[in-house]
Design a protein around this ligand. Sequence first.
Ligand code: AP5
Length: 208
Amino acid sequence: MRLALFGPPGSGKGTQASILKDRHSLEHLSTGNMLRAARDAGTAVGLEAKRYLDQGELVPDGIVWKIAREALVECGFDDFVLDGFPRTLRQAEWLDRDIQRAGGGLKVISLEVSDNVILKRLSKRRIHRVTGEVYHLENNPPPDDVDPADLIQRADDKPQAVRLRLEVYERETAPIKDHYTRLGALIEVDGAGDVQTVAGRIAQALSS
Ligand code: AP5
């Protein structure tokens, strides 16, 4: 199975990718997580990516493709769910070329969510600094045994960075929808509603 989850920041790509990973035994390939891990480890790639990540700008295509491709090669270009990749037409074309060579069949699930919902989700998202678990202070609160001091807010979840990320999404990333519609690979799913409701819609779309 070859899947990519597509949608604006906060549309639920990471949350749904994690469910799909468990349900279909897939590798969850999140370029955002890979870049943040590289930044936090202080690698050369991470240091180059840091200022883009923290401000909410896209990291240059060449850097992202290098880490995404390494992860794809590692899973043999199969049984993966991409989360946050591709994000530009150039990235999409590079990915398509390799997927075609591997046998094709990429499905791109586009999560449709309004800006209002996105702002509510991102302002209250918190990440556990040790486990990496993603919570929402209201919709998906951490269990009682989690120490609030261990919950962090991503630098790019501050209001100014979120506004920039939404602009960047509209300008650079949204055009990919037309690209995958033309290829017959795009599946639009309503991303509003609770996590399990959205997961049910995705499961239904994939089985039909
Ligand atoms: P990345 O980490 O990919 O961030 P993003 O795309 O902006 O998406 P988010 O992680 O913010 O949101 P999400 O859609 O995964 O939502 P989530 O499930 O967490 O990228 C970060 C940065 O890395 C980019 O800005 C860029 O700099 C760089 N980058 C990454 N990939 C790149 C690429 N390909 N090219 C160039 N640069 C790249 O949910 C959000 C919140 O809502 C959570 O709190 C969650 O608990 C809650 N929630 C989720 N679903 C629901 C629901 N149904 N109901 C209620 N609450 C929900």
